[in-house]
Design a protein around this ligand. Structure first.
Ligand SMILES: NC(=O)c1ccc[n+]([C@@H]2O[C@H](COP(=O)([O-])OP(=O)(O)OC[C@H]3O[C@@H](n4cnc5c(N)ncnc54)[C@H](OP(=O)(O)O)[C@@H]3O)[C@@H](O)[C@H]2O)c1
Length: 248
């Protein structure tokens, strides 16, 4: 499915990558629906983009997610695609005593269970559309983990694996399944990250991704050049060097 003149739902569209994708895809003639957890930030995004529709949603609340899926389909029966972008990244210390597990619980609920639940809620509708797309957002850390964020890296590896399996199940249907795997991008996913010199500027990342999504053949994996360092590390025999470069 080509991402022009479609109706696209983006979770976490009130900030960072989700907001930048929402605005850039809107500029390509798409009708954009965004969700955010923080009502103030969602309203600010909608004020900047009055043509967008927005819903407040905590994706870790299964009942809210189920109700949202029903509501968004009732409100937007022409929904063509969902980009499962909402996510969190927290550090964890497994050398501490005791080991705190709150970040693990939050990260699995947000980055893994939530996109799977929302996909499950929307897939019967998407399968009934003539052309549709399901898009997950993993990370370069799915392919080479960051040691300070073990569960984050694991959820991204898991969503990569889940995406491959679901793509295979949906082959031959109207639903194409894609994975955006960002490298380090200048957002506030972690405090101060938008100021880190090594992070890819958000606009450069968005331009490259939207160029791929609006091109003639959208690949299974939507990869900007900068993430090849991680994505191809194992295949190219560079895994240990890449792990060392990321983790010092
Ligand atoms: N930036 C990077 O370097 C990078 C690299 C690889 C992958 N990614 C992935 O890209 C995606 C977007 O991250 P970002 O960099 O744009 O960070 P961000 O600016 O912090 O955006 C994260 C978004 O997720 C939403 N969110 C988090 N928890 C939520 C919850 N429980 N319910 C509903 N929404 C929730 C946030 O909404 P609120 O603001 O309302 O809380 C926000 O809109 C994430 O999946 C992240 O893992 C980012």
């Amino acid at each position: 499915m080509n991402f022009t003149n479609r109706t696209i739902l983006i979770t976490g569209g009130n900030s960072g990558i989700g907001q930048a994708l929402a605005e850039a895809l809107q500029a390509h003639g798409n009708r954009i629906i965004i969700t955010g957890r923080n009502p103030a930030s969602l309203n600010a995004a909608l004020e900047r983009n009055p043509a967008m529709t927005g819903y407040t949603l905590d994706v870790t609340d299964p009942a809210a997610l189920e109700a949202f899926a029903a509501q968004v389909l009732a409100d937007h029966p022409a929904l063509d695609a969902v980009i499962l972008n909402a996510g969190i990244m927290e550090t964890e210390d497994y050398a501490a005593a005791p080991v705190a597990l709150g970040a693990m619980e939050r990260t699995i609920a947000t980055n893994l269970a939530a996109p799977i639940r929302l996909a499950a809620g929307l897939l019967p509708h998407l399968r009934a559309r003539p052309e549709a797309a399901l898009v997950t957002v993993s990370s370069g850390l799915a392919f080479v983990p960051k040691a300070s964020t073990p569960t984050y890296s694991a959820t991204k590896a898991a969503i990569h694996s889940w995406t491959q399996a679901v793509r295979h199940q949906l082959r031959g249907t109207s639903v194409s399944v894609h994975e955006i795997a960002p490298p380090l991008v200048a957002t506030e996913l972690t405090p101060g990250q938008s100021q880190v010199a090594a992070a890819m500027p958000l606009k450069d990342f968005t331009d490259e991704v939207v160029g791929i999504l609006t091109g003639p053949d959208v690949p299974d994996e939507v990869l900007v050049n900068r993430v090849r360092f991680q994505r191809d590390a194992e295949a190219e025999g560079r895994y240990l060097a890449a792990f060392a470069a990321i983790n010092g």
